[in-house]
Ligand binder design. Structure first.
Ligand code: ATP
Ligand code: CA
Length: 954
């Protein structure tokens, strides 16, 4: 048996996996991919479709309907019995297909952002999809990465991994790269103990801090995670509060329906004097008609549609419930670098004491010049600054015209891998003819203290052999780069004109002023310092290593704002959303950028992380309350959490962006956590509700717009459905009050609720966002979906109008045939007892048919009315949502079939209409739409008046 991988020396690790320090060759990878299969876990088994369809036939509401159907059969109303059972099936099919579609839409999102891995192949670092990893691959691990295969470490720099998904251990555990002696480590019987085997990392865990290189030895099912995966991969889709709200509404309306049904039963029994069976049929019919069975699936589908639309606009929603929080978002706390700016850094200037040196060129292509000073000391120092920056970085430049290895997406000819800040330093050095790989070969790196955003510095220790730049009487040299003031704090000396000068107040002021000069113009400034020494540079703990440094110079780099961002911020302000910048960058840099993009006007209020740590919660809340455009600068990721919680305690709905490991708590605490898809870490993505595929602030704003529009759409189709319910119930109320036969029969009600209304309602659920959506303040957090204005519009305005139309045509048909109200009342008992003569019955059938057709026609007017709560349909255009027309065609197909196909005529109690009767219904939809337009007109006038009388300045 082979010795276990954790007991091997590095060379043996490579040879046992037939790999090398260069990584595998592409052909070899292909071969191994075929042998081992892709590095992914099989999808968890899903509930078979048939069973899921059966679920739809057996949930509570369906059971209720089955019972109602059986009761109908028992009481002899066979037709109604069949109809109710048909309702169950139609509903089940409809809900099933909607849920299926919604699920597919969401499942498709999984492939939008595939997991990736950084891997060396033939010595070149590239990014490949994690599913293409094979045993033998040499992978690079960095802070925040999710590890996608089991691997043996061969080098580490302060590497800590979070193995909680495997072991439940929540604290990060330290990893190392040396072989472990075989004896006594693993208990005989040999279950791998991840925590014990400190030179292994496992798929499913994440890098909490530091960096490392590792060789993959197991992929896919053969990983440790693969063994337990079947237990953990089933992700539960928790219902959102919106869905809770809807099911509450459904329950409420069901209750209402049942009491209505009972009331109708009692009234028809005791007031109208119907016989028992007939009353019973009415009661059941009313209950069935009123229960909004299709509501929940329609809501789910319109959420899924929104999620799809958001993905098209670069916002990947990971939890459905995020959609509704988006609609109520009132504050966005955003990063600066990469979100508001392009994260494309270019060094524009160098500064060494008393001298600035311009650098030309754009982007990452090393085309441009460093205008090196003529003075030899200054020239050497400028070069030293560039060399220090280049050697103290882990980024790489890839020139894509050279045969590209791996699958690196081409963005420009020159692309950076790694931190853009560091890539910019490499480019600047290259422009001065200093090639980082050559430098690295001559002065190999012996140690690294990785960058972290709390220290804001990074240090490397080199075996210094570049004496022509800077003679070194010691063996080693360290370079530290980082935020200028932090670096300066660790310096004792300054290099100037080839001499070490002790740093006094004057020198410090000089450097700080240079820093502020660049920062005020929006430049990101880094300081570079060095230290000479021997053995101690390798052994000292980081705190001691980064002491007594020699300050060398500053680099100023530009990261231009994204072009769309100013517009997006203006949108936010119009939409009543405050934007707060929370950045790790320097206050002056942040303020300059904020001004540039319109986040603040005039002088910005900047709160530094240091200041923040001295503020009490109450003071913080007061600041947040007072300043709409705020900047938090030099904050640590941990402090984001405090800002988020303070906003929440003010009752705001907070969206927050983040990219790093330490951002995860804030992302989780916020109402909406937004992670970066391009430059974010896997850890941040997994903590977030939404992942921005393009890291762009503007995408957040368009997601908010989509969120608002779903919310509006749900209100739209609810209004639409509730309005026709009124027209359905009024005939029965009038039957009782006026003692006339009902103007609709039960099956006709079912034809509306489960036939004609369905597709138009769906079409309303898929409406695009209205143009004015972002001109209104966010909705109040606790405002219920069914608020007073919606109920008033549906039950108090649209519904009664339709009911009036339906009753008017009903009575008009009788009138036409010479039956006034009194005559009708006289023959009512015969009609109800099915004893009227055929001629009268025929008139009755025509009258109910016309009422049915009129209500459906009114719903056509209504569907256009409901497309917006306040915008005129003439401004929206009748053809801007083609689905509406599909809905209308479906309505009339159903209605015409019911009226003119003989077998259906019998079931639905309809009769063919004459042309003049059709003429009677034609005006109603126009009347309804016209009155709605009038209402909207009055409403917008009033709203405009209110806005004008308010102080327009925020
Ligand atoms: N690779 C690096 N090496 C050394 N110092 C760095 C490096 N990257 C950033 N810094 C310094 O640390 C500071 C904080 O960086 P951090 O990444 O936390 O925030 P940021 O990128 O500046 O801003 P934001 O929080 O808006 O993304 C930077 O302003 C810079 O001065
Ligand atoms: Ca950052």
């Amino acid at each position: 048996m082979l010795p276990p991988i954790w007991s091997l020396e590095t060379e043996a690790v490579f040879s046992s996996l037939s790999s090398s320090p260069q990584g595998l060759a592409p052909q070899e990878v292909q071969q191994r991919l075929i042998e081992n299969g892709p590095n992914e876990l099989p999808d968890p088994p899903r509930r078979p479709l048939l069973l899921r369809f059966l679920d739809q036939l057996t949930h509570f509401m369906a059971l209720l309907l089955w019972v109602a159907g059986i009761l109908a059969f028992i009481s002899g109303a066979t037709e109604l019995g069949w109809a109710i059972w048909a309702v169950i099936w139609i509903n089940a099919l409809f809900s099933f297909s909607q849920e299926f579609q919604a699920e597919r839409a969401i499942a498709a999102l999984k492939n939008v952002l595939p997991a990736q891995a950084k891997v060396f192949r033939e010595g070149v670092l590239g990014i490949v999809p994690a599913r293409e990893l094979v045993p033998g691959d040499l992978i690079q691990l960095e802070e925040g990465d999710r590890i996608s295969a089991d691997a043996r470490l061969i080098s580490v720099q302060a590497l800590y991994v979070d193995t909680s998904i495997l072991t439940g251990e929540s604290l990060p555990v330290a990893r190392q790269a040396n072989p472990i002696a075989a004896q006594g480590t693993v208990p005989s019987g040999g279950k791998v103990q991840p925590a014990e085997l400190s030179n292994l990392v496992f798929a499913g865990s994440t890098v909490a801090a530091g960096r490392g290189l590792a060789v993959v030895y197991a992929t896919g099912n053969r990983t440790e995670f693969g063994h337990v995966a079947h237990l953990t991969t089933t992700v539960k889709r928790e219902p959102s509060t919106l869905e809770f709200q809807i099911s509450r509404i459904v329950r409420f309306i069901t209750g209402l329906a049942i009491s209505m049904g009972m009331l109708v039963f009692l009234l028809t029994q005791f007031l109208v004097g119907m016989d028992f069976q007939e009353s019973f049929v009415f009661a059941i019919g009313i209950i069935v008609a009123f229960v909004p069975e299709g509501l929940l699936p329609t809501v789910t589908l319109s959420l899924a549609i929104a999620v799809q639309r958001m993905a098209q606009r670069n916002a990947l929603v990971r939890r459905l419930s995020a959609v509704e929080s988006l609609s109520a978002t009132s504050v966005i706390c955003t990063d600066k670098t990469g979100t508001l700016t392009q994260n494309e850094m270019t060094v524009r200037s160098l500064w060494i004491p008393n001298q600035s040196i311009p650098v030309t060129g754009v982007g990452y292509s090393p085309v441009g010049q460093v205008d090196l000073p003529a003075d030899s000391h200054a020239q050497l120092q400028a070069k030293l600054l560039l060399v220090g920056g280049a050697l103290c970085s882990n980024a790489r430049l890839i020139h894509l015209t050279s045969p590209a290895q791996g699958k690196v997406k081409p963005i420009s000819d020159w692309q950076e891998v790694g931190d853009p800040t560091e890539a910019a330093l490499l480019v600047a050095a290259l422009k001065a003819g200093l090639e980082s790989e050559q430098l690295q070969q001559r002065s190999p790196r012996l140690r690294e203290v990785p960058f972290d955003s709390n220290r804001r510095m990074m240090t490397v220790v080199l075996d210094w052999n570049l004496a022509e730049l800077w003679p070194n009487e010691h063996a080693y040299l360290s370079f530290t780069k980082g935020s200028p003031l932090d670096v300066l704090n660790h310096c004792q000396w300054m290099l100037a004109a080839g001499q070490l000068v002790p740093l006094g107040e004057a020198e410090r002021t000089l450097i700080t002023q240079a820093n502020d000069h660049w920062a005020d113009q929006g430049f990101r400034v880094l300081g570079v310092a060095a230290r000479k020494g021997d053995r101690e540079l390798l052994d000292q703990p980081p705190e001691d290593l980064e002491q007594e440094l020699i300050f060398i110079g500053l680099t100023a780099m530009m990261d231009p704002p994204r072009p769309e961002v100013a517009e997006a911020i203006a949108h936010c302000h119009r939409a009543g959303i405050s934007v707060t910048m929370v950045t790790g960058d320097y206050g002056k840099t942040a303020a300059a950028i904020a001004n540039n993009i319109g986040l603040v006007q005039g002088k910005a209020r900047v709160v530094t992380g240091h200041e923040l740590s001295h503020l009490s919660d109450a003071q913080l809340r007061q600041i947040l309350h007072r300043w709409p455009g705020l900047i938090f600068a030099r904050v640590m990721p941990e402090q984001k959490l405090r800002i988020v919680e303070a906003y929440k305690s003010l009752g705001q709905v907070v969206a927050v962006t983040g990219d790093g490991v330490n951002d995860a708590p804030a992302l989780q605490a916020a109402n909406i956590g937004i992670a970066m898809g391009r430059n974010g870490t896997d850890v941040a993505r997994e903590a977030a509700d939404i992942v921005l595929l393009d890291d762009n602030f503007a995408s957040i704003v368009s997601a908010v717009e989509q969120g608002r529009s779903v919310y509006q759409n749900i209100r739209k189709f609810m209004t639409y459905i509730l309005a026709s319910n009124v027209a359905e119930i009024v005939p029965f109320l009038l039957m009782v009050i006026l003692k006339i036969p009902p103007a609709l029969v039960i099956l006709q009600i079912l034809a509306i609720d489960l036939g004609t209304d369905m597709v138009p309602a769906l079409a309303l659920g898929a409406e695009a966002a209205e143009p004015g959506t972002m001109n209104q303040p966010p909705r109040a957090k606790h405002k219920p979906l069914l608020d007073r204005s919606l109920l008033a519009r549906a039950y108090g305005f649209l519904g009664p109008l339709e009911a009036f139309a339906g009753m008017a045509v009903f009575l008009a048909v009788w009138q036409q045939q010479g039956y006034g109200l009194a005559d009708l009342q006289a023959i009512t008992p015969q009609i109800l007892q099915h004893q009227a003569d055929p001629q009268v019955l025929n008139i009755y059938h025509q009258a109910t048919t016309l009422t049915l057709a009129t209500i459906v026609a009114c719903q056509d007017g209504n569907v256009f009315a409901c497309r917006s709560e306040r915008r005129s349909i003439f401004r929206m255009g009748f053809f801007s949502n083609p689905l509406i027309w599909i809905g209308i065609v479906s309505e009339w197909t159903i209605i015409l079939a019911i009226i003119y196909l003989a077998p259906l005529e019998n079931i639905f109690g309809t009769a063919p209409l004459r042309l003049d009767q059709w003429g009677m219904l034609i005006m109603w939809p126009f009347l309804l739409l016209g009155l709605e337009e009038l209402r909207k007109f009055v409403f917008t006038r009033r709203a405009a008046g209110e806005i004008n009388s308010r102080n327009p300045v925020r």
